[in-house]
Each structure stands twice: as structure tokens, then as C-alpha cells.
Write a new protein. Structure first.
Length: 361
DNA sequence: AGGCTTTGACCTGCA
DNA sequence: ATGCAGGTCAAAGCC
């Protein structure tokens, strides 16, 4: 009802409807069809048409740069963050899906614990041939962009930019997570040895079918307040898809994610961008502290950049690290700073939306 | 009392 | 033109 029917341009061409391809596709997909019509789309001009599904590292860019990105390193080691991927534990990377699930579960239940372990085994892999080859793997970079399937994928659908605000990149599509072959980030792992990475790769292929429950992000942990307005079991996905709207007055940002029975998020899609400040903990306690920071970063980044795609690609290129880096940076800067993450863990437990919602799941 | 989740039904777009 | 799938709405219930 709301603003529905303000169809704007969702040119099919823009969106790939394939879920398979990558996070982006995913994003597109989600926003694309039926839904798309209903959302306020950003002006065509803003649409980033050229976003590539997977992240490819530009020739000029060296994987090393990624390594340097604060996000990866610090994240991995320090605090586990879904966004950064530090959450992924070796278990899930190396082990079978089950293990992964377990680890993720642990995350949810006790975020703190994980971190160390996770970090140790944490590994990112690049899917693109170039990247993987280039040594991302070796470098241990983790680029969240274009990841998909196995891990939680976070997308931001720019197309839905409900916020006219220039700064709001409505159409940013950010994919975080691991995709089949996409990126795996390694941190320590890299250093440690190729084994893990190897294992990961192998597993990655396997992962395709097995859904990792990587706690990509808690629903409301991004710092914004979300209200669930629907849930549906989508055909392609094994898990039900949950639809959330930002509760901020005029904010129409939507978040769609799929969560495995265990409570882990397997796929996340953001539609639109918040052109309002985060409610911050004030509203909801610590609730969103964790993710919020990260996402916040994204938003800011996006907005500041003013470029949609930038998130995905440019970010990476420029910063040398995908959106994560900025996030990371922000995190630190954000009031909590590094500690925040830790706090996050705690918060997560308490406010963790997952937990809250656990009742049904 | 307010806000959020749940859930079935409805609507829209696409093949 | 029809059916399917995805997304959204809205009432009811819960916290």
C-alpha cells in the first residue's frame, strides 16, 4: 500500500534475476520483481548498472592491499564481526556444513567465545580467478563483495533507494559473505598456511549445497530498528525469507534475509539506504550496536561517497579493501570503537535479534 | 500501551 | 491467459 506503485525503473537488464550468480544477482533479484515495482526506486541515474556480480580485483589492485585493510586484519583477529567475516570460524570454513552451523550457532549464543577460534581459522577466499590466483588467498584477503551462497550474503539493493537524498546511495549493492566460489577471507589462516585455504576451497564447493549458517548479521544488529512485516518460504531457498522494514519514520529501507533453522542468516539483502542517522543504542539499547556499526559504515560510506556501486567495487579498489575496511574503520571510530565489537558480542547475546526472535525459530 | 512478530491472504510481475 | 513465485498487507497475538 504505501508508496507502492511508484515503479521506476527497474530495468530487468539491470537486475539479473539469477540467484545463482552472486550476491548481486541476488540483490537484484530480490528487488527486482514484484517487489521492485512497489518500492521507490532511485533515479535511474543513480542506478549502478555496472556492478559486477563478483568481485574482481582490478589489475592494478594488489591483493596485498586488501590485507592491509584494517578490516581484514583487525577484524579477523580481533573481534568477530559478521560483516567482516571474522565470524566465520574455521570450523565452518574447513569443516562440513554441520560444523559450520555449529560454529555459527555458537556465535549467536555466545559471541565472545568464538572470536579467537574463528579468527584462527578464519579465511577468505576470492572467487574470481584472478583474485584467488592473485593471491588474495595467499594474502588472505577477504572481500565480501560478491560472495554468496554458502555464507551469508549481505546485499544492499540500491535500486530501492528510497531516500532521495543524494548521499544515500540507494542502489548500493553490497554483498557480504561467502559465495560458492567466491571469496573467502583468510586472516590468520593465510599466514598459517595454505592448508586451511585449501580445505576451504574444497569445502566451498561443497558448501554450495550445504547452507552455511554463517551469522552474517543479525537482523537488527545493524543499529537500525527493523520491523518484520512478512515472512515467506521462497522456492529456491530452503529457509524462509524474512522481510523487515526500517522503523524509522520515513525510512523505507527494507531488509530481507534468510535464516536457517539454526538461526543463522544465510542471506541478507538490503533495499535502499537509510538517510537518517541510526537510532543508536538509545532507542533500543545495545541492540544494534554491532552490526549497526558495520552497516552504518556502509551507509556512511555510501553516502559520503555518493556512489552506489562504489560500495562494492570502488570501495575495494580504492581502499584496497572492500567495503569492509571502511566499516571496520568506522567501527573503531564509532563510539565504541574496537571495544564496541566486544561489547557487541555481549550485546548480541542480549539484544541479539536472533535471540529475541528465537521464540519462533 | 506501544511496538513487534506471526501468519494467511492479497497483489503484482514474470514465464 | 494462466499459473507460479515473490513481496506486501493487515489482523491477531505476544512481549
Amino acid at each position: 500500500m504505501e508508496d507502492s506503485h511508484s515503479h521506476s525503473q527497474h530495468s530487468p537488464s539491470d537486475n539479473a534475476t539469477t540467484h545463482v550468480t552472486s550476491a548481486q544477482d541476488h540483490v537484484t533479484d530480490a528487488g527486482g520483481s514484484a517487489n521492485g515495482a512497489r518500492y521507490r526506486l532511485m533515479s535511474p541515474a543513480k542506478l549502478p548498472i555496472s556492478r559486477s556480480t563478483c568481485i574482481s580485483i582490478p589489475p592494478g589492485l594488489s591483493p596485498t592491499s586488501f590485507l592491509e585493510s584494517p578490516v581484514l586484519l583487525s577484524n579477523i583477529k580481533a573481534e568477530p564481526s559478521p560483516t567482516t567475516g571474522s565470524f566465520f570460524t574455521r570450523q565452518w570454513m574447513q569443516g562440513s556444513g554441520e560444523n559450520a552451523a555449529l560454529s555459527s550457532e555458537k556465535f549467536f549464543s555466545g559471541g565472545n567465545i568464538i572470536d579467537e577460534k574463528a579468527s584462527s581459522s578464519f579465511e577468505f577466499r576470492f572467487q574470481t580467478g584472478a583474485s584467488s590466483t592473485s593471491g588474495l588467498s595467499s594474502a588472505g584477503l577477504s572481500i565480501p563483495v560478491g560472495l554468496n551462497r554458502n555464507g551469508p550474503v549481505i546485499h544492499q539493493d540500491q535500486r530501492y533507494s528510497q531516500s532521495p537524498a543524494p548521499s544515500s546511495l540507494a542502489s548500493q549493492s553490497v554483498a557480504v559473505g561467502l559465495q560458492d566460489s567466491s571469496i573467502c577471507s583468510t586472516t590468520d589462516e593465510l599466514n598459517q598456511g595454505g592448508n586451511s585455504s585449501t580445505g576451504i576451497q574444497a569445502s566451498s564447493s561443497e558448501h554450495k549445497d550445504s547452507i552455511f549458517s554463517v551469522p552474517a548479521e543479525r537482523t537488527s544488529d545493524d543499529g537500525f530498528n527493523w520491523r518484520k512485516y512478512g515472512q515467506k518460504l521462497v522456492k529456491g531457498s530452503e529457509f524462509p525469507r524474512s522481510y523487515y522494514k526500517c522503523t524509522y519514520p520515513n525510512c523505507e529501507v527494507k531488509k530481507i534475509f534468510e535464516r536457517s533453522p539454526s538461526g543463522q542468516i544465510t542471506d541478507i539483502v538490503y533495499k535502499g539506504s537509510h538517510d537518517h542517522p541510526k537510532p543508536q543504542a538509545a532507542r533500543r539499547h545495545n541492540t544494534g550496536a554491532l552490526l549497526s556499526i558495520q552497516e552504518d559504515k556502509l551507509d556512511k560510506d555510501l553516502s559520503s561517497t555518493g556512489q552506489e556501486d562504489k560500495l562494492n567495487i570502488n570501495n575495494m579498489e580504492q581502499t584496497g579493501s572492500p567495503m569492509f575496511s571502511p566499516l571496520r574503520a568506522n567501527e573503531d571510530s564509532i563510539d565504541g570503537s574496537g571495544s564496541q565489537f566486544q561489547g557487541i558480542n555481549d550485546d548480541v547475546e542480549e539484544d541479539d535479534p536472533f535471540q529475541k526472535r528465537r521464540y519462533k525459530f
